[in-house]
Design a protein around this ligand. Sequence first.
Ligand SMILES: [Ca+2]
Length: 571
Amino acid sequence: MKKKNNVKQVFKKATAFSLAVIMAFGLSACGNKSNEADNTPAPAQEETPVQPDSSNANADSQADSSSKITFPLAEPVELTIACADLGSASLSANLPVWQEIEKRTNVKINWDVTAAAQYTEVMKLRVTASGANLPDIMLLPNGLKLAELGSEGVILPLEQYIEENGDAILAAYKKFPRVRALTSSEGHVYSINSMNEAAYFSPYGFIIRKDWLDRLNLEVPTTIEEWETVLTAFKEQDANGNGDPSDEVPYSAGGSVWYTTYWGNAWGLHMIQSSGWYPDENGQMQYEYISDNAREWFTWMNKMYESGLIDPEFLTLGDESKMFEKVARNEVGAFTANPSQIPTLEATLRANGVEDAVLIPVVVPKGPHTQSTEVIGDMAVDGYMVTSSCQNPEIAVAFINYLLSDEGAELLNFGIEGETYTKNADGTYTFTDAVLNDPDGKSPKEVLETYGCWIDGPTIKLEAREAALLATYPEDTAQAILQYTDQTKPFAVPGLTLPAETAEESDSISGLNADLKTYIYEMAGRFVVGTADVETEWDTYVQNAKDLSVEKIQAVKQAQYDRFVQEMGDN
Ligand SMILES: [Ca+2]
């Protein structure tokens, strides 16, 4: 133990030293918000000589303390956790789930919470200005880099602690192998990130009016050709049954070109989460917006638009809510959205006198190149770190491990057994009326937060939770969503999540991505509505994109992706 204290001293020194350097070189950046994140890491290079000492000493200390921690601890230990607060209740208010967790672990949590909107700015300042007195555990503020905080000694490498007390963390990484690459740098694990099993539950996709299909004797479309047939029928016939055959919008989208890019899935494009940046089968990063497949896809979209199958207002609607208003007015046959919108939309349609309205989610169609659907957000990019201010890092990691265990995840997803949920014989969960029918009209999510459920914490957001929340849906809709989920899973492809750019990388492409995206979205809209011609203007478009530094951005994305693959391989 004595040795360990020495290690602490070394760490404190390293931290104090890095602080001094940051004070000298970095603070001038704080006045300039946009440069802050880019400038702060620069001093890391100045203190390179400190690194080997601190990391070796730390490894020794861990070898010294190879004890398996079991909960509840014999003696209480306090841990301070900094994170963005919950929306509906403050984690600092001794909420029931946390009373239970404290009872089961004998760990007393001192919450150091900040409103979500301010968390990044507040914590960035604290990390750079007071690095020696940080909370034990903290969520990485977006924009700061694990590798740099690690080499400055602000945060601890966790791999040894995980080896000793991280069985649930390791089991979770088996299920989510890609997330581990985001937490690692040069052989060290620096954070534990939340994982979202629920991303694969009822993902964003096409929703169609089943009652329109039935009225016109049509089947649910399963291919791009069948979609063309169905949308053409919606256009030409009186699909909404009001006697007017020409007041239907076959397909609408939320109000910017992004919403229509879901169709690109069928051409093997990844535009929903990955913005068209995706590695090919050889691991080479591509910019799909200028690919041959994109050209084919734009040509098809333009044909659909010219045929009157796509809402002529899709570029000018403004936002998704305007599209939902059209749906609620019984004008729209199909659209892209999250299926969680269905119950509200159906209720509004019924309130508007459309008694037989039925909306169902549709499995992504088989297209000319693929049948796949890009899934959004299966893991958090920023995770929970243990800082060098932590006196009990082995307990901090064991505690996070507890939050990821079946028991911890159950508490954080479902709350208190008997009060917020009951567990069924088949392993599924049922939320109680306290959650599903709050007398004050709170949503289930809001009620669960008032109990202290914290699914954005270092835990797994469970698919079983989403399934249990279907209890608030009409039975038919719930069944349709369960079926859609099962049928979609074989075609689900994760969106690209890359480890953070290095300071040098972000400097080299600063602002370029935004400029490129602006141009690409403008042209995507113009290709679809035909104010730019795919046939004659494609080469100019590709050249313009290249002039907007596609290759430079591509090189950075490739380097990020290579690091990702390497960290995957190392683990
Ligand atoms: Ca009509």
